[in-house]
Design a protein around this ligand. Sequence first.
Ligand SMILES: Cc1ncc(COP(=O)(O)O)c(C=O)c1O
Length: 364
Amino acid sequence: MDAPQRVLSSEYMEWAKTRAQARFNLASSGILPYPTRELDVTLEDIELTGPSFYGYEPLQRALAAKCGVSVDSVVAAVGTSLANHLAMAALVGPGDEIVMERPTYEPLLALARYLGAEVKQFERRSEAAFPIVSEDVSRRVTARTRLIVISNLHNPSGALTGERTLAELGEVARAVGARILVDEVYLEMVWERGARSAFHLGSEFVVTGSLTKAYGLGGLRCGWILAEPALARRMWRLGDLFAVIPAHAAERLSVVALRRLERIAGRARDLLQRNRALLVPFLDSRDDLQVVRPEFGTVVFPRWRGGNADRLCLLLREKYETTVVPGRFFGMPDHLRIGIGGETDEVKAGLERLAAALDDPAVT
Ligand SMILES: Cc1ncc(COP(=O)(O)O)c(C=O)c1O
């Protein structure tokens, strides 16, 4: 049998960088950018060079305090993106098995295939609100499984996985000596309930996150991995083969942002509350969109009863200047992902335009 082709790119990322921008952008899954001026920074805060070797100590301490873990469990990384890369590359090699959710954030799948892993996917079912059923995971796990990969909140559906299910996954992984990578970049948005990181459930859990999505601070590229200390050390050493040293000014700004995180989160919370108040009546008014509404986060992932959503997304972009993410990037072409983390006026107009496109005879 031929070896599977090594993946060397992400189709979704290319689309996101070249075709997701629009006057009314409902394709983004993050909160709109936090204004730099509101960080109240001084020139000293953006010192270009500093003592950052295996971590910049003030940032390490700030992240450890934020996550409620010891400093030696924190590996700083350039966004959740590089955090995922480091975590996966430290844990799997060519021929190892990864068990991954479907639908999934496509770069995670591309990354696993880039690393030469054999990927088996388990379904999170749309009609049941995208739950993780641990028996479905355990059925796919074998002695060769090194890693189980999930996101929490789930991208694209926004579904929250609770601790009981996570603990069950922990047992599944432990039974074969595998680990679980939980991408928690959206868990930061569960402010109301203060959801606890899966890291606290046992040493088989490795989690990744960043300040990107929930706080509108993607430009800082402040990401992290939480892993038990010996594994964290391995990841730091592996990082010497990638970015080696981060942009120090960004590390310093990240420390400033972490100090003000409560205020930054408050702005995001208020924005989402306003935008959710627009999303609910929109969804109520659409019989052609089948969706179970998540309690948290910025995204919903409805199924369009009209079939393949590509033509809807194209019409929406070209005629209505509005973007959503076509479900095909998540392996579910009859779905679309709608993001509501933008400016309220833009979200309002975007939803109106989405309604107009859905009603347009050109798509029916
Ligand atoms: C599940 C998931 N992980 C990671 C990322 C990238 O996050 P970051 O900007 O922190 O690299 C995204 C972005 O869409 C995402 O959806």
